[in-house]
Design a binder for this molecule. Structure first.
Ligand SMILES: Nc1ncnc2c1ncn2[C@@H]1O[C@H](COP(=O)(O)OP(=O)(O)OP(=O)(O)O)[C@@H](O)[C@H]1O
Length: 356
C-alpha cells in the first residue's frame, strides 16, 4: 500500500489588524484572529458584511490596505507585498462547484497531483473517493452526479494536494436543506480525518455551529466576536452578536447585586459577575431555552403565538408587564393561542447590555 507524507498542516494562521477594500474604501477593518493547527474556523455574518472579501484576501486574490496575514510565521500579505495565490498552498471550494465537466471524477480529483507518480495519483484518488463516500466513481463524469455528490468531489479535489489551509466560500448554499444537514457533519469529519485546517464562509448559523470550532461573527466589515458556538450563543459580547445569533428578546432589568438582576421575570441570580454597578438599568437577553413551560409553576404567561418544531413547541408568551418572550415546551404540551401557561425561568447566563 502506498503511504503519503504527513499533511503539511499549518501551525497557525494569524490575521492581524487587517483592512481590505476596494478603490481605497475599506470594507473589512480592524480584523484580528488566529486559527490554530487542525481547527475549522468560520466567518459568519449577514450579506455584505465582508466575509468573502476577507476570505479572498487570505487566499491572496485581494491586496490588503493595512495589517498582515501570516501562515506559520511567514507573511502572506501586508500593505507592501502579496504572495500570489498559487504560492500559498491554500485550497479553495466555492459555492458554484466548478468541477471540470470534460474530465472524469478521477481526473478532476487528480488535477492538482501532477507531482505524483501515476500509481500514487491513483491511490490518492481512491483514498479520497473512499473518504468522501464515493468509491467506484472514478470513471463517471460530473454531470452524472447529484449536487451533494459533486460538492463532495469538489472537496476531494481541493484537499487532494494536502494544502496547508482550505478555504470554503458558502460551499453548501446551492444545496437543499436536508442534503446540507447530512453533508455538513460529513465534511467536518472528513476535514478532521485529514487534519485539515479550514475556514468556512456562511451566513447560516446552524451550518457554522455544525461545522466550526471557532466562529468570527462579523458585521459591517468588523469582527464583533471570535469564539466557540457556545460562547457566541451564551456569552455574546455585543448586542449585535446577541441578536444575530439565535433567538431572544431583551427585557428591561435593574442590577441588584454583582451577579443578580431584577426584571419582569423576578430576581435572577447568574453564575458569573456581570460587571455592572447596582441599580443600573440594563437590557437582559432572554433566549427561548431560558423560559421553560411548567404546568405547576405559579408564574404565568399568555400565549400570543406558537410554532410546532417537531421535538418541541416554541411559544411567544406575554408577561404580566406586557413584555413578550419566547418559551420552550416539550412537543406533548400543545396549548392554544390565548391560553395562560405556567413558566419557569432557567437563566443562569446573565447577558446584559446598557439599557437603550
Ligand atoms: N469587487 C468589488 N468591488 C467593489 N466593491 C465590492 C467588490 N466586492 C465586494 N464589494 C463590496 O464589499 C462589501 C462586502 O462584500 P462581500 O462580498 O465581502 O460580503 P459578504 O459578507 O461575503 O456578502 P455575501 O454573504 O452577500 O456574499 C459589499 O458592500 C460589496 O458590495
Amino acid at each position: 500500500m502506498t503511504s503519503f507524507p504527513p499533511n503539511k498542516i499549518l501551525k497557525e494562521l494569524d490575521v492581524i489588524d487587517l483592512a481590505v477594500g476596494y478603490q481605497g474604501n475599506a470594507v473589512v477593518e480592524g480584523v484580528t484572529f488566529k486559527l490554530l493547527e487542525g481547527q475549522i474556523g468560520c466567518l459568519l455574518g449577514p450579506s455584505g458584511c465582508g466575509k468573502s472579501t476577507l476570505l479572498r484576501a487570505i487566499a491572496g486574490f485581494e491586496p490588503v490596505m493595512s495589517g498582515e496575514i501570516c501562515l506559520n510565521d511567514k507573511t502572506l500579505s501586508n500593505e507592501a507585498n502579496v504572495l500570489p495565490p498559487e504560492q500559498r498552498e491554500i485550497g479553495m471550494v466555492f459555492q458554484d462547484i466548478a468541477l471540470f465537466p470534460h474530465l472524469t471524477i478521477a481526473e478532476n480529483i487528480a488535477f492538482g497531483l501532477s507531482h505524483l507518480s501515476k500509481s500514487d495519483k491513483k491511490a490518492r484518488v481512491e483514498e479520497l473517493l473512499n473518504l468522501v463516500g464515493l468509491s467506484g466513481y472514478q470513471e463517471r463524469y460530473p454531470h452524472s452526479l447529484s449536487g451533494g455528490q459533486q460538492q463532495r468531489i469538489a472537496l476531494a479535489r481541493a484537499i487532494a494536494p494536502k494544502p496547508k489551509l482550505l478555504l470554503m466560500d458558502e460551499p453548501f448554499s446551492g444545496l437543499d436543506a436536508k442534503l446540507r444537514e447530512e453533508l455538513v457533519p460529513d465534511i467536518r469529519s472528513i476535514l478532521l480525518h485529514e487534519k485539515m485546517s479550514a475556514i468556512l464562509v456562511t451566513h447560516d448559523q446552524m451550518e457554522a455551529f455544525a461545522m466550526a470550532d471557532m466562529i468570527a461573527v462579523m458585521d459591517a466589515g468588523r469582527v464583533h466576536q471570535y469564539g466557540t458556538a457556545y460562547q457566541i450563543y451564551h456569552r455574546p459580547k455585543t448586542r449585535f452578536v446577541a441578536t444575530f445569533i439565535g433567538q431572544g428578546d431583551f427585557l428591561p432589568a435593574v442590577v441588584c447585586g454583582p451577579n443578580c438582576v431584577h426584571s419582569d421575570l423576578g430576581r435572577i441570580q447568574g453564575e458569573l459577575h456581570h460587571g455592572f454597578e447596582n441599580d443600573v438599568k440594563v437590557d437582559l437577553l432572554v433566549r427561548p431555552d431560558d423560559i421553560i413551560h411548567d404546568d405547576d409553576s405559579p408564574s404565568k404567561g399568555l400565549i400570543v403565538s406558537k410554532w410546532f418544531r417537531g421535538s418541541h413547541f416554541l411559544y411567544r408568551v406575554k408577561l404580566g408587564s406586557g413584555h413578550v418572550v419566547y418559551c420552550f415546551a416539550s412537543s406533548h404540551h400543545n396549548h392554544f393561542i390565548g391560553q395562560e401557561i405556567g413558566i419557569t425561568v432557567e437563566l443562569d447566563h446573565l447577558v446584559m447590555f446598557e439599557h437603550e
